[in-house]
Design a protein around this ligand. Structure first.
Ligand SMILES: Cc1ncc(COP(=O)(O)O)c(C=O)c1O
Length: 348
């Protein structure tokens, strides 16, 4: 399939401009050298590493979900909703983007922030507040009933409210955004003299890496993709989820094919004890990338995927001749939720 056909299909979808696109693409040679040095190995033992800088989407602190929200909010507004009730974790970046996109589009937003009720107001929660969301901090088991009650109350007051996760489109909007990212990457990898070369894309279990792989599959690019798990429940269900979602995206965009089981390599062993609990490898990765390149990673997502990349390189599991494209999907506000641990790391 040709890029223009894909662009034409995407252009037919309702969309609201939120992100600054196209995001930068850059090689990180100092990081490559730092990894080689940490292994006491020659530079050639480490693949070249490029970053797709979706931390630089420029909306509400940046991150991949600015792309997702462009399609999702146009869809919700098209269905007449004026109030969004969103349920997600204390650490959630999605929650920040839903709050910010609501502000930008004039919708009312309730942010049901689940668990960690006594954790300080920093990062995503703070940005939710700054962008005007009403915040409700509740234990996980009550989140659904609290959200439903909010919808009922808002509807009783003459508004049109919805619990965001009840809208199927929220599952696929992000993958659509990242099929388009594939087109940006096609041009950027060609400019870096990587056109036609086998590349390994590196990201997190989710819609974004699946969207890039879906693009590659439909355009015949020799791009493989690795998705790092960041919680223990993910690996079992991810394959079924990305196949189902890619089937829906393929139908919507008129793509030739959806994803197949072998299209994504799920990387496990780097989740740490739980979601939102960074381990030593994450702190090492954040320090290493910041010192080598002046690029910041976050402790819940991109720090985990970088710790996986470093770990897999050290274990000799990656072909050093296949360049890596690391999808930097953002998440930076939560860095400040771990300020003391990041400060203390490596000091003894
Ligand atoms: C910063 C960041 N990167 C990656 C992900 C993975 O999911 P997705 O690709 O669906 O955004 C998340 C999920 O919340 C995230 O917050």
């Amino acid at each position: 399939m040709k890029n223009q056909q894909i662009l034409d299909s995407i252009a037919e979808l309702p969309r609201i401009k939120l992100a600054r696109l196209c995001t930068p693409f850059e090689e990180t040679p100092n990081l490559r050298a730092a990894i080689a040095e940490s292994m006491d190995a020659d530079i050639d033992a480490v693949p070249r590493i490029f970053f797709k800088r979706d931390d630089a989407t420029g909306f509400a602190f940046g991150g991949n979900k600015a792309r997702h929200m462009e399609f999702l909010f146009a869809h919700l507004i098209g269905r007449g909703f004026d109030t969004i009730v969103n349920i997600n974790h204390y650490h959630s970046n999605q929650a920040r983007f839903v709050a910010a996109a609501s502000a930008k589009t004039g919708l009312k937003c309730h942010m049901v922030a689940v668990d960690m009720l006594d954790a300080p107001v920093v990062g995503n929660l703070l940005i939710g507040h700054l962008t005007g969301a009403e915040i409700h901090r509740v234990p996980g088991e009550y989140s659904r009933s609290v959200a439903e009650k909010l919808v009922e109350e808002e509807n009783g007051n003459g508004r049109k409210a919805t619990v965001l996760s009840d809208n199927d489109f929220s599952d696929i909007a992000g993958m659509i955004g990242f099929v388009e990212t594939g087109i940006e990457l096609d041009a950027q990898t060609s400019d870096a003299d990587l056109g036609g070369a086998p590349l390994r894309f590196w990201g997190l279990v989710g819609r974004s890496i699946a969207g890039v792989r879906l693009y590659a599959r439909n355009t015949g690019k020799p791009w493989s993709a690795s998705a790092t798990a960041y919680s223990h429940t993910q690996p079992d269900s991810y394959e079924a989820i990305y196949i189902d979602r890619s089937t829906r995206v393929a139908e919507l965009l008129g793509l030739d094919t959806a994803l197949e089981p072998s299209d994504l390599d799920t990387i496990t062993g780097y989740q740490g004890s739980d979601y939102g609990v960074p381990h030593d490898g994450v702190f090492e990765a954040i320090h290493m990338v910041a010192k080598a390149e002046g690029i910041l990673l976050d402790p819940n997502y991109t720090g985990k995927s970088m710790s996986a990349l470093i770990g897999e390189i050290r274990a000799g599991n990656l072909d050093p001749d296949t360049p890596i494209v690391f999808i930097h999907s953002g998440g930076l506000p939560q860095t400040f939720a771990y300020a003391q641990q990041l400060w203390d790391w490596g000091s003894d």
